[in-house]
Design a protein around this ligand. Structure first.
Ligand code: CP
Length: 311
């Protein structure tokens, strides 16, 4: 695996290996290891981020890597340098892995055969956000051990969500059932998603799910005005306190965040006993450590490692 661009083409074996290794890192979060000592990785974020950028930085540092942060506003892209030339420039300095977030679908695939360094997709357009998908899978596995036969409802702005895509691809590969729900105007059109999921009303999706995953309206990627106030959005499509009562007794709440409290989810449910929203963030560090090692230490012998969770 030279690049890690998406979950769509990952096999069950590849996903399970990444999740196992991520779980090992989660269990040993306080003990750093220097497997990437003296090696350089760069965060290239052309879109805003808190969780993904910082957790890749924490993950890289925990592995002993030197982590560089690119700031588009003060970079030479503003003097006309292309995306490919930016990559070739940092590659010439010795950066081995670029962690990239970009608004443009397909931009990583377009350059993948023209660079020597490895690329990790940190969220591109509405296409994929594979490390978010992995941390979602890890959080669900920690809760239920096995994804086979579980039902996961993903509710909200599906059409513009790269998280919905990556998480759905991983869930389906690992044997879970996916329900999508939300405003009709955000119903996915993508054949890959339509063929592998069911579309239900919000209350019915919540009733049937073992995992209720709420999504933010991705206003930065569309001008699709659904013509409701934030309060009306919560009442019509959100996870209100009343709808939370429809959930199965064992069901959990997830959200990739950032959360718009009081819009897609009642503010008080973010810290409720069912919520795993901050657990997802915590798992993000272990997942990104596993992905960095997978890309940068492909031959690492992990025999003998053991996790308290068997996936
Ligand atoms: N979930 C997620 O990608 O968050 P950030 O945009 O803060 O990285």
């Amino acid at each position: 695996m030279k690049h890690f661009l998406g979950i769509k083409d990952c096999s069950e074996v590849e996903l399970s290996e990444l999740l196992n290794n991520a779980q090992l890192f989660v269990e040993k979060q306080q003990s750093d290891n220097a497997s990437l000592k003296h090696r350089f990785v760069a965060n290239l974020f052309f879109e805003n981020s808190t969780r993904t950028r910082f957790s890749f930085e924490v993950a890289g540092r925990r592995l002993g890597a030197q982590v560089l942060n690119f700031h588009e506003a003060v970079s030479s892209t503003n003097k006309g340098e292309s995306f490919l030339d930016t990559l070739k420039t940092i590659e010439a300095m010795g950066v081995e892995t670029a962690i990239i977030r970009h608004e443009q679908n397909g931009i990583l695939e377009a350059v993948q055969d023209h660079v020597q360094l490895s690329m990790i997709n940190a969220g591109t357009g509405n296409e994929e956000h594979p490390t978010q998908g992995l941390l979602d899978l890890l959080t669900i596995k920690q809760e239920f051990q096995n994804l086979e036969g579980l039902t996961v409802a993903i509710i909200g702005d599906i059409e513009h969500s790269r998280v919905a895509r990556s998480t759905c691809f991983g869930l389906v590969t690992l044997g879970a059932n996916v329900i999508f729900s939300g405003p009709e105007c955000f119903r996915p059109q993508d054949t890959d998603l339509v063929q592998t999921s069911t579309w239900l009303s919000v209350p019915e999706a919540i009733r049937q799910a073992d995992v209720v995953m709420m999504l933010r309206v991705q206003g930065e990627r569309h001008s699709n005005d659904i013509n409701v106030t934030t309060a009306d959005y919560l009442q019509q499509y959100g996870l209100t306190k009343e709808r939370e009562k429809l959930m199965k007794s064992h069901a959990i709440i997830m959200h990739p965040a950032p959360v718009n409290r009081g819009v897609e989810i009642d503010a008080s449910l973010v810290e409720s006993p069912r919520s795993r929203i901050f657990k997802q963030v915590q798992n993000g560090v272990g997942v990104r450590m596993a992905v960095l090692e997978k890309i940068m230490l492909p031959q690492k012998d992990r025999n003998g490692s053991s996790s308290s969770i068997v996936f």
